[in-house]
Design a protein around this ligand. Sequence first.
Ligand SMILES: C[S@@+](CC[C@H](N)C(=O)[O-])C[C@H]1O[C@@H](n2cnc3c(N)ncnc32)[C@H](O)[C@@H]1O
Length: 387
Amino acid sequence: METDRPSGDPVLVEKLRAEIAENGPITFARFMAVALGDPERGYYAVSDARPTRSGDYLSAPELHPVFGAIIARVLDEAWRALERPDRFLVREYGAGNGRLVLDTLAGLRAIDSGLLERLRYEAVEIVERRAAMLEERLEAAGFGHVVQARGAGERPVVGCVLANEFLDALPVHRLGRSGGLLREVYVGWTDDDGGRFVDSPGGPSTPALAERLAAEGIELGEGQQAEVCLEIDSWAADMSAAVERGFAVLVDYGRRAEVLYGPARRAGTLRAYRDHRVHDDLYVAVGRQDLTAHVDFTAVERATARHGWRTLGLTSQAEFLVGAGLGQLLLGRQADPAMSIGEYTSLRASIGRLLDPLALGGFQVLVLGRGLPDGTTLAGLEFEGPR
Ligand SMILES: C[S@@+](CC[C@H](N)C(=O)[O-])C[C@H]1O[C@@H](n2cnc3c(N)ncnc32)[C@H](O)[C@@H]1O
């Protein structure tokens, strides 16, 4: 029977099908790593326009430069809390097309921050050509001085790790519980219906999955589905080696483990995004749709704590932006005679979306610190609500 399901990239589909034919069903983490991260044909490699208005979803930096203007204030505050070091590294994971860093640097210039001259920037991107393009964009915007070769500069490296909608892109394993046992959902292949990927249940691919849940005090309920991202551990080691003292500001949708794996989310949080629509057919449009799962912030806190980071706060994006000065920034713009009514209206509308708990305002911001004086915090955490 032929179906009208959106087709995937034929080369990627064949690559995954052949791997399954040779070795048996693969973990969903492997499927996701190829579908999103294949260097030539994966979702991230094939388009630079996806997190934009014309793409599949709109991220906060792409929505409006005001997001970067607030991050500029956050970085300026972090730099001052560290007693204004001569070199301050911003290492951004999942930098994409550079929208966030460009707006952030423009924001530092607008507030006349002394950090602008001292800031050095490293983009971490799975799509290598995007990192090179980003350097060109920084040069063209007059910020060429911030670009620094990886690992260059004095030690200890002081600075801030930044990631917006990065951690949710890391591959996840799909788990479930049935007959009292922890099970993993693998990806298999059937030749039915002209050939398609199918769920294929089995035992856990690694003891690390059960260990992760046990360490978090989580026991899945019978029939419950959940996702676990093991790559958080290697990412935590990587970011810890890169920034030895300072902050990490991590923005994503997600929850701490007790909520993420609680009874309200029995079907897990793994979803596909295509053309601004969210759905749960994970196997269509392979390489042409985004796949994401909510971030387990407990796992992030535990993994980074092993490297000496501690949590300064976890709050909603709406609370964080307001605490970090969104209101004052809006007042300042209101008084700016150079701002047109159209620009002001767009700013107001974008702020509405950034604060809307059902839109971007519902994202979470996890702020971590390492090697900081006791009591150090950031203004963005002022309204941290109960979690
Ligand atoms: C959802 S986009 C977010 C882009 C940008 N931060 C924003 O907010 O618009 C995720 C980004 O992370 C990158 N990415 C995904 N997995 C990665 C990995 N393992 N290492 C580095 N970058 C990765 C993708 O190429 C993409 O640019």
